[in-house]
Write a protein that binds this ligand. Structure first.
Ligand SMILES: Nc1ncnc2c1ncn2[C@@H]1O[C@H](COP(=O)(O)OP(=O)(O)O)[C@@H](O)[C@H]1O
Ligand code: SF4
Ligand SMILES: [Mg+2]
Length: 348
């Protein structure tokens, strides 16, 4: 392809359209299905080669289910997923194996994803048995050492076990393991959420460097706005199974339109208040409603300070307002009046 990797004209690497994933609710002695949890309720996102899409939203909003559906760990109930032009939900055989190689995941808890009885060397090279053509047998030791160095570990780590490492180092092991199969997309699901802030920074910088060197795309999932802001090129904000706002990092963080994004941002601790002049302060109260029984109309209406009658009957769709899409009937640019309230809000 002659187009640059970031070109919006290029076909996306990953193209998700109107994806739904539901889980049956079973109850009673006979475990009859009595309802369903709509964990992912019509999500469309696109991700281009070599870019980072940050997916942010509160715990329980469906981020992990979306990720797991993309890699086939959960079954989609409707919608389509295209990766490199191929229909992922219908892949089989060799094509499916190639896809499973192209898309790797890094999870929050490396203890759960790293077998404690395997050495780091065994863990990182395990997939080469499944994909023997990837690295010739004679080159494997050198390639293992190169991978460990690439993620900032000493090659001597190869003979040790995961429990002998700190949380940050274990995450480096997980990343090396993912890189070993030369993926085109890495899905990081809360990959730094369990780490101390300083270690988080180191792992985020490592991921940024790896992306620069290898051109991998990231779907970076986190409930932490600061982390998403640090790493993302583009951002999608998820609420109760749906994307409510999406745009470039600057569009979403500097000019949020959806009341949920505005509330999330105003709830986040302000590290450098002078950079947030005019921040809109909106309260975010109450809990996420159950995805088994979502509110009618706009899913955010039970917590939205701007809700009006129309919101309970008509579900808003993602429409470009200002410079990027948001799903709110009354999505507003934070105007002077709101800004004035925001300043008062901050003084309180
Ligand atoms: N296997 C499952 N069976 C039933 N419900 C599930 C299952 N996995 C997730 N859920 C539900 O789906 C919703 C979204 O969960 P999840 O995708 O883990 O959210 P997040 O990653 O944003 O915290 C939650 O209500 C959760 O309880
Ligand atoms: S559509 Fe209504 S309830 Fe939903 S976010 Fe907009 S104002 Fe709030
Ligand atoms: Mg999750």
């Amino acid at each position: 392809m002659t187009e640059s990797p970031s070109s919006r004209l290029a076909e996306p690497l990953l193209d998700v359209r109107d994806l739904h994933t539901s889980f049956p609710i079973r109850s009673g002695l006979l475990r009859r299905t009595t309802g369903e949890v709509q964990a992912v309720a019509g999500v469309s996102i696109a991700l281009h080669e070599g870019e980072t899409l940050g997916l942010v939203g509160e715990s329980g909003c469906g981020k992990s289910t979306l990720a797991r559906t993309l890699v086939g760990l959960n079954r989609a109930s409707a919608g389509s997923v295209t990766f490199g032009g191929r229909d992922v939900l219908r892949l089989a055989g060799a094509e499916r194996r190639a896809f499973r190689r192209d898309v790797q995941m890094v999870f929050q808890d490396p203890f759960a994803s790293l077998n404690p009885r395997m050495t780091v060397g065994e863990l990182v090279t395990e997939a080469w048995e499944v994909h023997p053509g990837l690295v010739a047998r004679g080159d494997r030791e050198a390639e293992l050492h190169r991978l460990l160095r690439q993620v900032g570990l000493d090659p001597a780590a190869a003979t040790r076990y995961p429990h002998q490492f700190s949380g940050g180092q274990r995450q480096r092991i997980s990343i090396a393991r993912a890189l070993a199969v030369r993926p085109r997309l890495l899905i990081c699901d809360e990959a730094v959420s369990a780490l101390d802030v300083s270690i988080q920074g180191q792992i985020l910088n490592l991921l940024t460097q790896l992306q620069r060197d290898l051109g991998i795309a990231y779907l970076f999932i986190s409930h932490d706005l600061a982390v998403i802001r640090h790493i993302s090129d583009r951002v999608a904000v998820m609420y109760l199974g749906r994307i409510v706002e999406t745009g470039t990092r600057a569009e979403v963080f500097d000019r949020p339109r959806h009341p949920y994004t505005q509330a999330l941002l105003s709830a986040a601790p302000v590290v450098r208040p002078w950079e947030h002049e005019g921040r809109v302060v909106l309260p975010l109260e109450g809990d996420l409603p159950s995805p088994a029984d979502p509110p009618t109309g706009c899913r955010f209406r039970t917590r939205c300070p701007r809700a009006e009658e129309r919101c309970s009957v008509e579900e808003p769709t993602l429409v470009v307002r200002g410079d990027h899409p948001s799903a709110c009937h009354f999505a507003v640019d934070p105007g002077p009046k709101v800004l004035a309230e925001a300043r008062v809000g901050r003084l309180r």
